[in-house]
Design a binder for this molecule. Structure first.
Ligand code: NAI
Ligand code: MG
Length: 352
């Protein structure tokens, strides 16, 4: 049956990179014969400024009930100072679709993009599973005696056994499915014995079921050092929402920056929302300067989710070749514009 893909360009460079993404999906449909249907949604700052809508219930239902994947550009616009509309859309998708795994590959595709002295592209190939529905992001807490010298500010770190277990299990399942050898769980249970003690106990239980996978634990501060000192020792990493947010930005720096970082928000076996890690980049929006390669890699992840075997690996090789031969934007050492890089990628897909 036909796979339906919701298209949400959003704001700023989100529109520019998703325009390339849509062309790529249309080209893949034509060249490979994939049965896909693209369903555009008008969401983001333009829509909000026009009629005040953020993420209408109708759109949410259509996506939840009829789509297999979502391609999202980025949400965020300087004309809308309040972040409420962005939160409605992003959290509406992440929480509304219960996308509990935020999967972020940290793969350096060219030696020139590797910032660590003495290391090369081959030394950096990991995948982070960031828990995406719990932790400090759920907004539990409060400010007491607000604004006074005696103010106390509390944000609770909410972790449930079901929530922790399902993401740890997903990381192991991913390792098995993709032939990866090691899974590392990172937390700070020494400082946070209640919340992260749960992570430690659940990890101990689940790892026992995956005898073929080497598993270990590392505190998140040590992990940060390890990612820089010995990235080649890291493979699949699973961690909580906050730590995943932080370590994947460090990871983006190992890949060549935000223009190269892809991500998938998934509920395994169900719908997935796929987005480049970067935001709407108002500083370069509308200037044909945005790097579209993160979006190309993101569509690779979407293809894997939709069951189009082999496509992700082909797209990764095309992106690698783009960077190697300088068919890329300035942020990764080239001189081309967004659209020209996109055209080159499309030509490669036609020829491959
Ligand atoms: P950003 O990721 O948009 O930009 C950070 C820096 O990286 C900028 O200098 C930008 O020019 C550069 N950059 C980002 N993507 C690039 C690309 N593809 N090619 C070349 N250079 C690139 O983050 P920032 O500036 O903190 O946020 C801008 C807006 O985006 C804000 O409104 C923010 O809330 C929103 N945002 C949205 C996200 C989402 O939709 N998931 C994620 C992050 C930020
Ligand atoms: Mg972030």
């Amino acid at each position: 049956s036909k796979k339906r893909i919701a298209i949400i360009p959003g704001d700023g460079i989100g529109k520019e990179v998703v325009a390339i993404g849509v062309q790529l999906l249309e080209t893949l449909r034509e060249v490979r014969g994939y049965a896909i249907e693209l369903v555009p949604f008008d969401l983001g700052a333009d829509r909000f400024l026009r009629d005040g809508a953020t993420f209408p219930a109708d759109d949410q239902r259509t996506i939840r009930e009829t789509c297999d994947a979502v391609l999202l550009g980025a949400i965020g616009d300087p004309r809308v100072p309040s972040l409420d509309y962005a939160r409605d859309i992003l959290f509406g998708l992440r929480f509304g679709l219960d996308l509990y795994c935020n999967v972020r590959p940290i793969q350096c595709l060219d030696d020139r993009l590797m910032p660590i002295k003495g290391k090369g592209a081959k030394d950096c190939d990991m995948v982070v599973f960031r828990e995406n529905t719990e932790g400090v992001y759920v907004g539990v807490g409060g400010n007491f005696k607000k604004g006074t010298p005696d103010e106390v500010a509390i944000t609770e770190d909410v972790n449930t056994r079901k929530g922790v277990e399902r993401v740890i299990r997903a990381a192991f399942e991913f390792a098995v499915k993709h032939g990866r050898k090691r899974v590392l769980m990172s937390d700070k249970n020494n400082a946070m014995p209640h919340a992260h003690g749960l992570w430690k106990r659940v990890f101990e239980e689940v790892r026992g079921e995956y005898a073929g996978i080497e598993s270990r634990h590392m505190y998140v501060d040590a992990l940060c050092m390890q990612m820089v000192r010995a990235p080649e020792t890291l493979d699949v990493i699973v961690t909580n929402n906050l730590f995943g947010d932080i370590v994947t930005d460090l990871g983006a720096a190992l890949q060549g920056g935000l223009g190269m970082a892809a991500s998938a928000n998934i509920h395994p076996g169900r719908i997935g929302m796929f987005e480049p890690v970067h935001g709407s980049a108002p500083d370069i929006a509308g200037k044909d300067m945005a790097n579209p390669l993160a979006t190309v890699l993101t569509i690779g992840m979407m293809c894997t989710h939709l069951g189009f075997e082999g496509e992700e690996a082909r797209l990764v090789e095309i992106v690698r070749e783009a960077v190697r031969t300088g068919r890329c934007t300035r942020d990764v050492g080239g001189e081309m514009g967004t659209r020209a890089v996109g055209d080159w990628v499309l030509a490669q897909v036609r020829g491959s």
